[in-house]
Design a protein around this ligand. Structure first.
Ligand SMILES: CC(C)(COP(=O)(O)OP(=O)(O)OC[C@H]1O[C@@H](n2cnc3c(N)ncnc32)[C@H](O)[C@@H]1OP(=O)(O)O)[C@@H](O)C(=O)NCCC(=O)NCCS
Length: 166
């Protein structure tokens, strides 16, 4: 295994990340949210157009995770105005889970946050996403709040907020 995590700089790679996101979301959220909500959220948050807006207008950075030549995961982060760093996306294709790649991804997030001068990293996670919650707890994140977000079309995100102090 030779894992490389690099910032996405160009449109073709962002397009590949969007294609990967579509696949992963339609696998990992089955049983957590409805099929309709998965389609809706992928279009709203992980379509190429949405991702371009996040990068160009909202301060997000995408990082692509490669195992050799295989694009198998991605991360999205955003520095907040205050001393927090937002981990917006942390996704790994199912066949690559359980191999230590997540730890490398989270270590990279912490490095990016430190480099941005931040003192904590926070994220939101669906209350029923048991595996991700276990990974975050194991890494040292703690629950600091919970939030229900209306995302339109009758859908809500029912999340915990987890925070890691750097
Ligand atoms: C979240 C995600 C990136 C984590 O990657 P992963 O490969 O599953 O994580 P790992 O299996 O490497 O686990 C990471 C650590 O948590 C630990 N862990 C995993 N499941 C655990 C559990 N149920 N209980 C305790 N510890 C657990 C692992 O032992 C590992 O610790 P180690 O590195 O010290 O051995 C991956 O599961 C994923 O992409 N899931 C679908 C998308 C998703 O839900 N993303 C998060 C949205 S908020």
């Amino acid at each position: 295994m030779s894992v490389e995590i690099k910032k996405v700089k160009y449109l073709p790679e962002l397009r590949s990340v969007a294609e990967l996101a579509d696949k992963i979301w339609h696998e990992c959220f089955v049983g957590i949210i409805s099929a309709g909500q998965i389609d809706y959220m992928v279009e709203k948050f992980q379509s190429l157009d949405a991702m371009i807006r996040q990068v160009e207008e909202q301060g997000y950075t995408y990082l692509a995770v490669y195992d050799g030549d295989d694009l198998c995961g991605y991360i999205a982060v955003k520095p907040e105005q205050d001393d927090r760093f937002f981990l917006s996306k942390l996704y790994l294709r199912a066949d690559k889970r359980g191999q230590g790649i997540a730890s490398a991804m989270l270590a990279r997030v912490f490095d990016e946050a430190r480099a941005a001068g931040k003192s904590s990293v926070y994220l939101t996670v669906n209350k029923h996403n048991d595996r991700a919650i276990a990974v975050y707890k194991k890494t040292g994140f703690v629950v600091t709040d919970e939030v229900v977000t209306d995302i339109g079309s009758g859908y809500v995100m029912d999340d915990y907020i987890f925070t890691y102090t750097l």
